[in-house]
Each structure stands twice: as C-alpha cells, then as structure tokens.
Design a protein around this ligand. Structure first.
Ligand SMILES: [Fe+2]
Length: 438
C-alpha cells in the first residue's frame, strides 16, 4: 500500500516536471517568435541593432547588451550603438568578443575580473564595472560568424545555462536580419550615389544654378520636418527633389543658359522639362516605396489654380509632396543668383510666396515653410560657405523662424533680440560676412 502510493507520488512528480519543462519550452518558443516578428519589420541597421539589444536586455534581465559586427575587410569588430557607450571599434581578436570570433563558442563568465580573457580597459575608460558576461557568436545561413552578441551584468546572480541557449537562439534569428539590413544598406548607398550623380549632372550644365537640386532637397526636407512627415515620405521627397529637374537634360543648352529674355518658343521648350523628367524617371526601376517619384518630381510646376504645367492639375489632383517641391523650388530660384539678377531681397521673396498662396501654392505649405528655423535656412542658403558660418550666430538663429523674422522686420520699434536677429540674418543673406573676411 505504502509502496504503491510512493510510486504514485513519483509519477505525479515526474509528470509535473515534464509539464513545467513543456511550459518553459512553450514560453521560450513564444518569446523567440515574438523577437523574430518584432525585428523582421526593421530594415535600418542602426534601428535594428538598437531594437535587438533592447529585446535581449529585457529577455535576459541584464544591464547592458552589445552587438558587435565583424568587419572582415578591416579585421575589426565594431558596435554602432552599445547601451550607455559610444561607437566601439577594436581588432577582431581582442577581448571576450574576439575570443568568441576565434572559437565560435558561447562564453559564460560569472566573474569577469577573475578571467584572463576579459579586457578591463573599456571599464577603465567608461567607469563602468563589469561583473558577469555572456557572449555568443552570430552566424549567417552559411555558418560563417558575422558578429558577436554580448550581454553584461545579469540583475540577479550570474547567467545560467538557459540564458546561454536563449542567446544562442536569438543570435541565429538576429544574424539573418542583420545580414539583410547590411545588404539593403549597401544597395541603398549605391542607389543614393547614383541619384546624387544624376542630380549633379543637371546642376553642372549651368554653373549659375549649381547646387539647386541639392538645395531644393534640403529645403523640402526642412518642410517635411516641420510637418512631421514619416521617414518614408521624407525619402520619397528627397529623391523626387534631387531628380525634379532631370528632364532639363533634354532642353537645349543655349536656351537653358540664355542671357536675356526667352522667346515664346524657347519658353515653351523649357516648359517641357517636367514631362521629360517623368518620361526619363519612369524608365528607372524604383523600389515599391519609391514608385510615386516620377509623378511627384514631374508635378513641381503644377499650380493649385490649374494654370501650371505639364498637366494643368488642380489643387487636390496635385500630389502633396509636389506642392512642397513647388514652394522649395521657387524659394531657391528667387534666393539664388541667376544669369539676369542677384539674390532678391528676402522680404520680397517671402512676399512672392505669400502672394502666390491660394493660386500658385497651397497655403498650408507656405505657412509650414515660414516655420523653418532660420539657422537651417541660412545653412542651406550658404551651403557652399558652410564652414564660414559662426556657430554662435547659428545657435542664436535656431530659436527663430521666418514668422519671427517678418515680425521683427515689420515692427518699426525693433530693439534688443529683434534687432540682433535682423542684423545676424541679413549679414548672411546679403553675404556681408564674406566681405568681412576679404
Ligand atoms: Fe523645374
């Protein structure tokens, strides 16, 4: 009787043990699935690494987590963002991470300072005290090590075997995503340099409009920031701005650089350029997110009253990002030195934008343009002399926007900060600061 109840108790015990194991395994898989789905959305390497490190910190209940990426060409390990630290770069054979690269094994060190592989120099530099470390290699699908995961200072006790297994599993998931993000970033760099080259070939056709495509992209981005547009919208806007005048490649150079008034026929010829932009850009195989670029770029001369070109679109028919380009394009044209005139007076420029509100421009975007901070405006305006701008002046101007400047200019009793603002802004707008240095 006693023996059978003992056996029964043992059976219950082992059943409960198996159940607890299954539950733990279930929790573990749920967690891994959650991490996989969270990180699979992110293609930007910086953000991805931060996201992974945050997840690992939480899952392993530790103070810090770093992801070191192996740069095989330079024989270095680097960490773009490490919790509480700046970028770190060191020879790939150094420290615990270096040891993981060399051996390909998970390392669990309960007491860092009693382990010879630990390099205390970083602690010395940062004033941080490392107690225990768990490090695991990250491998791609080919089994090659692409980096190292490092978790530091478990909140309670040291890292245990379950933590090792978990970090190993997370590393495998993260490796694939990190490699994808690296590949994506490389492709993006290639694409960006191609777009910038195309933009500069257009700007180079006419030295007096040099830098126009770059500046309109910068102004448009400032407008996008005022309007809190998403990263994706900002990217579409940037590419569209850089390429908006690409159709000018098909405009005869003699007309483009003509010194004097254009004949009606010549003016009509120039007005074809947005249509050329669209036709040429449609031949580019843009990614899904950038599909709208040809239309947005080609609609920068449309006007909300329907009298623009090439299609005579009206207000709501014009893509919102094209309306931003229209404001930025005109602002840059008026504030640049042209064949036939110098930089227009600032008040007059803003007046033209305001006068055009409701006919040429959508008033919403003109109002948003007036909220751009003056330091940003001056930086773009004087892009070619940016090193000569006084940082104190820029800090001062960063507190004011165009609305403030207009208020200061219209107010006859200007004194104090308003006077200073006008003096500093005009110094740059009229380029007196350059003469001062001659
Ligand atoms: Fe244009």
């Amino acid at each position: 009787m006693q023996e059978s109840s003992l056996r029964h108790a043992e059976e219950i015990n082992s059943y409960l043990k198996a159940l607890r194991h299954d539950l733990r395994e279930h929790e573990r898989l749920k967690l891994l699935l959650y991490i996989a789905s969270t990180i699979s959305q992110e293609m930007k390497l910086d953000k991805l690494l931060t996201l992974i490190m945050d997840e690992v910190k939480q899952v392993l209940q530790c103070d810090r987590c770093s992801v070191f990426i192996l740069d095989r060409e330079r024989g270095e390990l680097w960490s773009h963002v490490a919790h509480g630290e700046e970028e770190i770069r060191f020879a790939a054979h150094l420290g615990i991470a270096g040891h993981v690269v060399a051996t390909g094994k998970v390392i669990n060190i309960p007491d860092a300072y009693s382990d010879v592989r630990f390099n205390p120099n970083i602690d010395k530099q940062t004033g941080y005290r490392t107690q225990n470390i768990l490090a695991a290699p990250m491998r791609n699908k080919m089994g090659e090590i692409i980096g190292v995961f490092q978790a530091i200072n478990k909140f309670q006790g040291a890292f245990i075997r379950e933590d090792e297994e978990l970090l190993d599993a997370i590393s495998a998931i993260a490796a694939t995503q990190i490699e994808n993000a690296q590949l994506y970033e490389n492709q993006k760099k290639t694409f960006d340099s191609l777009v910038e080259t195309l933009a500069s070939t257009i700007d180079a056709r006419d030295p007096l409009t040099a830098g126009h495509s770059k500046r309109i992209a910068l102004y448009a981005d400032e407008l996008a920031k005022v309007l809190h547009l998403s990263d994706q919208e900002r990217e579409i806007l940037r590419i569209s701005a850089l390429l908006h005048d690409y159709g000018k490649i098909a405009v005869r150079e003699a007309i483009l650089t003509k010194d004097g008034r254009l004949t009606e026929e010549e003016f009509k010829h120039i007005q074809n350029h947005p249509q050329f932009t669209r036709v040429i850009l449609q031949k580019i195989n843009f990614s899904k997110e950038l599909q709208q670029v040809p239309l947005i770029a080609a609609s920068h001369h449309e006007r909300i009253d329907g009298t623009g070109y090439p299609s005579g679109l009206r207000d709501e028919q014009i893509p919102p990002l094209s309306k931003i380009l229209a404001v930025a394009d005109v602002y840059d044209a008026l504030t640049s030195k042209r064949h036939y005139r110098n930089r227009m007076r600032f008040l007059q420029v803003i007046d033209i934008l305001i006068q055009g509100s409701g006919s040429h421009f959508d008033p919403f975007y003109v109002d948003a343009f007036k909220k751009i901070k003056l330091d940003r405006l001056v930086r773009i305006l004087e892009d070619e002399y940016v090193e000569q701008l006084d940082p104190d002046d820029l800090t001062f101007m960063s507190k004011f926007d165009i609305v403030d400047l207009l208020a200061a200019q219209h107010n006859s009793k200007t004194f104090g900060a308003a006077k200073r603002l006008l003096r500093i802004f005009n110094k740059y707008y009229n380029r007196d600061y350059l003469h001062d240095r001659l």
